[in-house]
Write a protein that binds this ligand. Structure first.
Ligand code: FMN
Length: 305
């Protein structure tokens, strides 16, 4: 039985709904010997800021029960070096590249980045990272306020014709309120979730395990939180949702579709099994054929409640 697993995210038509999450796949070249990159639905880059960033001091990752903490702090080469050094390879893969961007200052930096990227062919879409919990000195996240989310997304919307994806934080009381603000402001899709705030302590030294003290929790430990948030937002918005948080196999990917995701993104799973995204794509086709599901759209939001 032939199955159709292509999906639309704004103006993007993806041949399949499986992408790799920002910050867990470098700029793709790092993974070229582990899987056939051209088979991916889309590639999301590590978040890029206008100026280069060294990120936080080490140690900045540690394992936790069923997951990991990271406090990378948006280490990246900055916009100019990214365009000069990374886009050549990304272009050759012929897979839509979603560029994740963040601001170190105010909302104006998002606008500046979007404006400068609008005519860059190598980039198919922008993902606004308004949800990184690992920036020193940051009092709150943009995505912790519906008003601030609306303001940033609507300003960026006016500066780009590219597909706009807004990445939300789970560190909020009501995520669907923020999702609605992003939709009302013109976001074409939502990516959820970013990491949950967490902390781990070494009981021998009595010191935090990571230099930044607090960090972002990811991996299977956060999956039930992520699935619930996708489901909650699916019931409140009409734009597509890219679901992520602890996808480690085909079954966990399908959970996200049933909760309401149009596409899924694999993050921490790439560190455990670098070819996981390829395996999920082929597994999805087999699962659909076996269950006589001809179109992936017939899985989205189909949880029985
Ligand atoms: C080491 C690491 C670095 C990350 N860096 C970024 C980043 O630069 N930008 C971003 O939006 N999310 C970043 N994330 C969050 C992931 O993209 C993803 O939203 C989160 O980890 C949940 O998915 P997972 O449980 O499958 O990893 C990072 C996650 C990890 C583990």
């Amino acid at each position: 039985m032939g199955v159709d697993i292509s999906v639309r995210i704004g103006k993007l038509k993806l041949k399949n709904p499986v992408m790799v999450a920002s910050g867990t796949f470098g700029y793709a070249e790092e993974f070229k010997s582990f899987l056939s990159l051209k088979d991916l639905g889309a590639i999301v880059t590590k978040t890029i800021t206008l100026m280069p960033r060294l990120g936080n001091l080490p140690p900045r990752t540690c394992e936790t029960p069923c997951g990991m903490l990271n406090s990378i702090g948006l280490q990246n080469p900055g916009l100019e070096a990214f365009l000069r050094e990374k886009t050549g390879f990304l272009k050759k893969i012929k897979v839509p590249v979603i560029m994740s961007i963040a601001s170190e200052g105010g909302p104006q930096e998002f606008v500046e980045l979007a404006r400068r990227l609008d005519k860059v062919d190598a980039i198919s879409a922008l993902e606004l990272n308004i949800s990184c919990p690992n920036i020193a000195g940051q009092k709150s996240l943009i995505s912790q306020s519906a008003g601030a989310t609306y303001k940033v997304v609507s300003s960026v919307r006016k500066s780009t014709s590219k597909t706009l994806i807004t990445k939300l934080s789970p560190n909020v009381t009501c995520i669907s309120e923020i999702a609605r603000a992003a939709e009302d402001a013109g976001s074409d899709a939502l990516a959820l979730i970013n990491t949950l705030s967490g902390m781990s302590i070494d009981i021998r030294s009595r010191r935090p395990k990571l230099a930044a003290v607090t960090a972002g929790l990811s991996g299977p430990a956060i999956r039930p939180v992520a699935v619930k948030m996708v489901w909650e937002c699916y019931n409140k918005v009409s734009i597509p949702i890219i679901g992520m948080g602890g996808i480690m196999d085909l079954e966990s990917a399908i959970e996200f579709f049933l909760a309401g995701a149009t596409a899924v993104s694999i993050g921490t799973g790439n560190f455990v099994n670098p070819s996981l995204s390829s395996e999920v794509i082929s597994g999805l086709k087999r699962y659909m054929a076996r269950n006589r599901i001809s179109n992936i759209k017939d899985l989205t939001g189909e949880v029985l409640i």
